[in-house]
Unconditional design. Structure first.
Length: 144
């Protein structure tokens, strides 16, 4: 018995919309990573990029559960001594909720060429309006 391997020319991509309003940041990001990776498809092949396009809207209304808003930090370092900068996730979600969502999805994708290509198909918007109506995206109705 042979294993099915998807070929790049046979892969079809769909467009999905995820509404993050009132839903946890991590669960929305995990579902987006799942769709971008293509694991929901029967023809999923780990070494091929067979995922779909994902549009995430209403990121400013996404929630952080528990005490993550106060206890979790977004950290960056300049490389110089004393160059560590920390921002609480509550403040990050208030000011740059689209960046926080994109960062969460990025960290759930593979850290290689395929993951970088998948991240290009992620479109994140702060409000309910998006610029991809021409692609006729479908709201994701599966398990959240």
């Amino acid at each position: 018995m042979s294993t099915y391997m998807a070929k790049p020319e046979t892969i079809t991509r769909s467009w999905y919309i995820l509404d993050a309003a009132g839903k946890p940041l991590g669960r929305t990001a995990a579902l987006a990573a799942h769709l971008l990776h293509g694991k929901h498809k029967a023809e999923f092949t780990p070494n091929q990029d067979c995922g779909d396009y994902v549009i995430i809207i209403n990121t400013e209304k996404a929630i952080l559960t528990g005490k993550k808003g106060e206890q979790k930090f977004y950290r960056t370092h300049s490389g110089y001594p004393g160059g560590l900068k920390e921002v609480k996730y509550r403040l990050l979600m208030e000011s740059k909720s689209d960046f926080a969502m994109q960062l969460a999805v990025k960290r759930m994708l593979p850290a290689n060429h395929i993951g970088r290509e998948q991240l290009k198909r992620l479109k994140v918007f702060v409000g309910a309006q998006h610029t991809h109506e021409a692609q006729k995206p479908v709201a994701w109705t599966g398990k959240f």
